[in-house]
Design a protein around this ligand. Structure first.
Ligand code: ATP
Ligand code: LTN
Length: 336
């Protein structure tokens, strides 16, 4: 009898082209994406439609979108193994978005902390897209029946909403969507700002010393780490509540050296924060250097990046189109 090989679990994740990626994006999300490619069937997406929830300069958005794809390739996404595409190149995402908006409640959308944070940050532009942002994200995930979604900790609430909406749809219209699980690594799920270590590191921070960009050169990285806010205790000790700055630096160092917290405490026992900060900065410089080199090579070849994205869009459209047909039929839209 013929053996049937079980389908590989499917992964989908996305990142917004709202600027150059930060170390937080890399550690919390992108770094894991390449590693997952052997074990899973992966789809990775540049979420350009999500970026529109905040006012964008059109020329910058276009450039940032291609740059984001080039950075993902540089960080190890292999287009022979995975589908890499741009969200707006797959129209079915916006079609499913509408259906899911009609199945998501005002109350649950109002509770999303990202909506509250971004509304407070942009009080002059609290638009409908910002409010329904999680429905589009749910559509991104559910349209591929993704099993796993590798994201940073800040996205867990959106994933919970995705599962709730999917479950609601399934019970109203019969089993349609896979309920996705989040995939978050223990270390680095939330990288904090270097200037305000109780806030997450964000590329839209107005204080540029708060974040490290993946494109920052060695001098800039060293300078930003030397300026990082710590405390007056002078002891390298892991205690996120009492010592958020030092603990954040330790977490970053842990990611790039593989050393555990106890080993890091021993390594810097009796040293001041100066040596420690230099070591953390150097580990980041060493980790980013090869990615930056690859990025510069890849981004110069516009035709290559575009051809990868065209192939990615074709593959993604094929899967998404099938789901959409099924969904339209199930909710009772007339078929011709
Ligand atoms: P913005 O600052 O424009 O809101 P962002 O930096 O939060 O954007 P996104 O595109 O929204 O970036 O996120 C991409 C991925 O990076 C998500 O999986 C998110 O969870 C992760 N991520 C973002 N910031 C961090 C952080 N500080 N630590 C860990 N993961 C993060
Ligand atoms: N909302 C995400 C980006 C994103 C995403 C997705 C992540 C858009 N669509 C689908 C995972 C799956 C964010 O990081 N802010």
């Amino acid at each position: 009898m013929e053996e049937t090989t079980p389908r590989k679990k499917r992964i989908l994740s996305g990142i917004q082209p709202t600027g150059t990626f930060t170390l937080g994006n890399y550690i919390g999300a992108v770094r894991n994406w390449a590693k997952l490619q052997d074990e899973f069937e992966c789809l990775y997406m540049v979420a350009d439609l999500h970026a529109l929830t905040v006012r964008q300069n059109p020329a910058d958005l276009r450039r940032n979108t291609r740059d984001a794809a080039a950075m993902l390739l540089a960080a190890g996404i292999d287009p022979k193994q995975s589908l890499l595409f741009v969200q707006s190149h797959v129209p079915a995402h916006t079609q499913l978005n509408w259906i899911l908006c009609c199945n998501a409640q005002f109350g649950e959308l109002s509770r999303m902390t990202q909506f509250k944070d971004k509304s407070a940050k942009h009080p002059d532009n609290v638009n409908g897209g910002l409010f329904t942002y999680p429905c589009l994200m749910a559509a991104d995930i559910l349209i591929y029946n993704a099993d796993l979604v590798p994201v940073g900790q800040d996205q867990t609430q959106h994933l919970e909403l995705t599962r709730n909406v999917a479950q609601r749809f399934n019970s109203a219209y019969s089993d349609t969507f896979v309920l996705p699980e989040g995939y978050t690594t223990k270390e680095g799920a939330k990288v904090m700002s270097l200037q305000e270590p109780t806030k997450k590191m964000s590329k839209s921070d107005t204080n540029v010393n708060g974040f490290i960009l993946m494109s920052d050169d060695a001098d800039t990285i060293m300078r930003k780490f030397k300026r990082a806010v710590t405390d007056s205790e002078g002891i390298v000790r892991y205690d996120p509540a009492a010592k958020p700055g030092v603990s954040n630096l330790m977490s970053i160092y842990q990611v790039f050296t593989g050393k555990d917290v106890a080993a890091i405490e021993r390594e810097f026992d009796g040293c001041g924060y100066g040596d420690f900060k230099v070591a953390v900065a150097q580990s980041v410089i060493d980790a980013l250097a090869p990615i930056q080199q690859e990025f510069n090579r890849i981004v110069a070849d516009k035709a290559y990046v575009d051809s990868v994205l065209a192939a990615g869009a074709e593959g993604a459209n094929r899967i998404a189109g099938r789901t959409m047909q099924k969904v339209y039929r199930k909710v009772g839209l007339m078929q011709l």
